[in-house]
Design a protein around this ligand. Structure first.
Ligand code: FRU
Length: 492
């Protein structure tokens, strides 16, 4: 093992001991120590789900990227494994960037990732050169391939940037390995490159799978491409987006394109929309579970929101979203929290036909690790309510909220009053589908985050929050008159 990897492993082992369980989310994977970004190598291997992640164990800031590692049987309780990769080779000395993993026929696990090295260019400018590299291992220890890098600037089409060429996602189909990688043209227009290989080691450029054509942001990061409900889905996270109504916001966003692939492997696009409409979500990656479910996890942060932290920072920064089961309905990507979550339900509180007008507290409905579903509709079908608000993580002074205005069909999440002292993005809105003011919301709180699933997963809104965990109040407010059914579970 190289000195760099040993050092990271020794460091994280000690750092992890200093972090109390109370300081970590219960059901979300957080960084073992220091900084975490993108999910990497999300895979099912030797009877367990494996999640690797972009990792800088030594501080709460992004730094030379390592790969952290954890495994889980149920996607909710994660056991940390030793760091898998460190930037310790000439071709990745400035970072082991994002990538993916697959099981080889001989039972070993292959990781394909982006190696980054800074090099002085003409006119003295130092720039990151990005190449694709391989490491092979047994689920704990990984050896970098002696013929790395396996995909380089020589393999990409003319006009493709060598500085923005990263995040390979691998899969196996009809006797070949394939991988997609994020790229942009020299004038910074995003595109997805497709490569093909017989053995996962020797790769050939196949085609430009999708071109942005200046539609959504610039560089396209972290692609994934998979079959779902007889369609093909491309997910990617574009940088530097311009806002489009409430569908896409400025900065780093997420996007899915749903379409079909013809016999020559050409992808035709049919529909396209944002993946998460909240504040903290980026770079999602999927795995095909042994039971056929396509499951997605995203980094529950965003580059534009990393300034929002706990007042007294923990020894970790960065957590993953809940794993979400994907499907397609009416041309849209549907996301539902994995059904494993239901095994974590303990105490149930259900209230039916509660009339809400003004502020309402319901006894037994409170908590910071909860799974709560509510249906609302106008009390009197002929008299629409004007606004509904659900407040949570509330201690009378601080709270976060999700609110709905039926006349506009706009749902908003808001953490402005959550106790944060930083001026940052604290609100987001999206249009939702609602007939006659009826709406279904599922809110999952896990100490430092809130994820909202709208209308059985038609849309999601995710955000982190760092309000003291004893702020566990929940209340409902209506301007007007509405009827609500609510079921809440505490979770263990
Ligand atoms: C996305 C990303 C990837 C890159 C990694 C670096 O969040 O920018 O494109 O591989 O993070 O940490």
């Amino acid at each position: 093992m190289t000195e760099e990897l040993q050092k990271a492993r020794d460091y994280e082992l000690e750092a992890d001991k200093k972090i109390e369980a109370a300081q970590r989310p219960l059901l979300h994977l957080s960084s073992r120590s220091g900084w975490m970004n993108d999910p990497n190598g999300f895979s099912y291997y030797q009877g367990k789900y494996h999640m690797f992640y972009q990792y800088h164990p030594y501080s709460n800031q992004w730094g030379p990227m390592h790969w952290g590692h954890a495994a889980s049987s149920d996607l909710l309780s994660w056991e940390y494994l030793p760091a898998a990769l460190a930037p310790d080779m000439p071709y990745d000395k400035n970072g082991c960037f994002s990538g993916s993993a697959i099981e080889l026929e001989d039972g070993r696990q292959l990781i394909i990732y982006t190696g980054v090295r800074k090099e002085e260019q003409a006119f003295g400018e130092a720039k990151d050169i990005q190449v694709q590299c391989i490491a092979i291992g047994d689920g704990v220890n990984y050896e970098k391939y002696e013929d790395n890098p396996v995909i380089t600037e020589k393999d990409i089409p003319k006009g493709a940037s060598i500085y923005d060429f990263r995040d390979p996602k691998i899969w196996y189909e009809n006797g070949s390995y394939y991988c997609v990688a994020g790229n942009c043209t020299e004038d910074r227009d995003g595109q997805i490159l497709l490569f093909r290989s017989k053995d996962a080691m020797n790769w050939k450029f196949d085609k430009v799978l999708v071109k942005n054509n200046k539609r959504f942001g610039c560089m396209w990061e972290c692609p994934d491409f998979f079959e779902l409900d007889k369609k093909r889905v491309l997910i990617t996270s574009p940088q530097d987006m311009l806002p489009e109504d409430l569908e896409f916001h400025n900065g780093n966003g997420t996007l899915c394109i749903i379409g079909d692939v013809d016999d020559e492997g050409n992808f035709t696009e049919e529909n396209c929309h944002a993946i998460d409409y909240g504040i903290d979500f980026y770079a999602p990656q999927t795995v095909l579970a042994p039971d056929g479910r396509r499951i997605m996890i995203g980094w529950m942060q965003n580059w534009d929101t990393i300034g929002h932290k706990a007042e007294t920072p923990f020894y970790w920064f960065g957590q993953m979203s809940l794993p979400r089961e994907l499907s397609i309905k009416d041309g849209r990507l549907i996301q539902k929290p994995v059904r494993e979550l239901e095994k974590r339900h303990v105490r149930e509180v259900t209230r039916k036909n509660v009339r809400i007008s003004g502020v309402c507290n319901l006894s037994g409905i409170q908590g910071r690790i909860i799974d709560m579903t509510l249906d609302i509709k106008p009390f009197d079908i002929g008299r629409m309510y004007r606004r509904f608000e659900l407040r949570f993580a509330d201690n009378g002074k601080n709270y976060s909220a999700v609110s709905y205005e039926p006349y506009e069909s706009i749902l908003k999440i808001d953490r402005k009053y959550s106790g944060t002292r930083k001026a940052a993005i604290h609100q987001r809105r999206c249009h939702v589908r609602s007939a006659d003011g009826a709406l279904k919301l599922r809110l999952i709180l896990d100490k430092y985050s809130a994820e909202i699933f709208v209308n059985d997963g038609e849309q999601t809104m995710s955000m982190t929050l760092y309000t003291d965990t004893d702020a566990d109040g929940i209340n409902f407010q209506a301007d007007g008159d509405l009827l609500m059914n609510v079921t809440m579970y505490e979770m263990r």
